[in-house]
Design a protein around this ligand. Structure first.
Ligand code: PLP
Length: 454
């Protein structure tokens, strides 16, 4: 099919996720036909550097021989069976590998197929854990603590513990109750606070909200170190450790959503490691198959599992599971992805990427339309503002973040904004030279988009 025909069929039939469909039809997007290494090629033959790892999930590149081969080998055996009433070789081997790599004590792996479901499962498990451990005089634990602005996915449960206001405006009546903890990322603080004063306020609120609600809290859910989809909001050092101390003190399970920050993104395999924290639940997805196939894992402890380990007539099973839970092809891709972290020393590469990014991002230090640059490992958010001094935003109608991505795309780089935050999310395995290309194009695109709009 010719590209114009494909485009018109796309417009006619494909409803794209999180997409303003009218603008999508009017602008037209590249229709990707193939990928190689860290590049994608569309049906018109134009090649793009994949600057956001195909929605933050690609790790070692596209068409990686070892992952391709692992999937082919598994295809020669079986593509899928089920984990309901049967087990499978790759799901067992992957669980063993994940347990070895994760913070000590996370010994159980429950599979699903997206980041949203990995979180949904942790929420449901925490709730059922308390219900099954409850005594007649304990209060039901129906409340969840979560971070302001957080994104944990788009299912009803994961939206309930998220803080993206448009989702709450639309789906609010369907959601369950949560306590929102102020996000200790100081750039957007109310004007009456100094930076230090705001961080102190956040610490006090964290403690106050936990102390006030602890008897009803089923769990505390947090993206460790970086709230990615909130616009790469960074927590100060020690914050996660403090959350762990308080949740442990008050008997509240901690859910670490490492869907975005896990698998090398922050410079360590898991972000929790940087603060020496073991959560009660660790949620993984995105990069787990190297960006090849849908798979997620919710890891937890023997203590949580013990509440479900009962006789059949006690009906304490975890009542959750999907048709494709633990798909064999996806588990084989994940095993190969994890092995490549060792053989390619991918974590060392993330450190090199981080160094290049630190150097290059310094060029934006005095940019009149860059309010703040937030960076950890291979995760970057460049916040565009109309006025650097007052932090005034551009009018939403200008869609400045989006304009930057359109200019960058013309120059052969794919990036995707979060509002007016331009996100760079190079794959952990991307060679450092390509980071220069990414920065060159995106920095020029920022200037060009501002010039066209201001
Ligand atoms: N949790 C976090 C921290 C995420 O960043 C995302 C997606 O961006 C999700 C959960 C949801 O993952 P998925 O889109 O695979 O459902």
């Amino acid at each position: 099919m010719q590209s114009e025909e494909l485009r018109s069929l796309d417009n006619e039939h494909v409803w794209h996720p999180f997409t303003q469909m009218r603008a999508h039809r009017e602008e037209g997007v590249p229709i990707i036909e193939s990928g190689e290494g860290f590049f994608l090629t569309d049906v018109d033959g134009k090649t793009y550097l994949d600057g956001v790892s195909s929605l933050w999930c690609n790790v070692h590149g596209h068409r990686v021989p070892a992952i391709d081969q692992a999937i082919r080998d598994q295809l020669d055996k079986v593509a899928h069976s089920t984990l309901l009433g049967l087990a499978s070789v790759p799901s067992i081997e992957l669980a063993e590998d994940l347990v070895k790599r994760a913070p000590e004590g996370l010994t159980k792996v429950f599979y699903s197929d997206s980041g949203s479901t990995a979180v949904e499962i942790a929420l449901k498990m925490a709730f059922q854990y308390h219900a099954q451990k409850a005594t007649p005089d304990t209060q039901p634990r129906t409340l969840f603590a979560c971070m302001q602005h957080a994104y944990h996915g788009d299912t009803i449960g994961s939206v309930s513990v998220g803080g993206i206001s448009i989702f709450h405006q639309i789906f609010g009546q369907l959601l369950f109750e949560s306590v929102q903890i102020p996000c200790p990322s100081a750039y957007h603080r109310p004007t009456e606070y100094t930076k230090a004063g705001y961080l102190e306020f956040c610490e006090q609120e964290l403690e106050r909200l936990i102390v006030e609600n602890h008897e009803r809290l089923a769990a505390f859910v947090i993206e460790p170190l970086v709230q990615g989809a909130a616009g790469m909001l960074m927590h100060p050092p020690g914050y996660l450790k403090r959350v762990r101390e308080l949740t442990a003190r008050y008997g509240i399970p901690l859910i670490a959503d490492e869907v975005a920050v896990g698998l090398g993104r922050t410079g360590t395999m898991f972000a929790c490691e940087q603060e020496d924290v073991t959560p009660d639940f660790l949620c993984l997805a995105k990069g787990i198959t190297g960006g090849y196939l849908p798979l997620a894992a919710t890891m937890t402890t023997d203590e949580i599992f013990s509440a479900f380990d009962a006789e059949p007539d006690e009906y304490k099973a975890f009542y959750h599971g999907h048709t494709y839970t633990g798909n064999s092809l996806a588990c084989a891709a994940a095993l190969a992805t994890l092995e490549l972290f060792d053989s390619e020393q991918t974590l060392d590469n993330v450190k090199q990427i981080a160094e290049v990014l630190t150097q290059r991002l310094a060029e934006l230090k005095d940019h009149p339309h860059v309010g703040e640059v937030r960076h950890k490992g291979s995760m970057v958010g460049i916040e565009l503002v109309a006025d650097r001094e007052t932090k005034a935003a551009f009018p939403a109608s200008k869609r400045m973040g989006h304009q930057v991505t359109l200019v960058a795309r013309k120059q052969g780089v794919i990036v995707r904004p979060l509002g007016d935050v331009v996100v760079l999310m190079p794959a952990p395995g991307m060679p450092a030279e390509l980071i220069h290309q990414l920065c060159d194009v995106v920095f020029a695109a920022i200037d060009e988009a501002v010039r066209l709009q201001v």
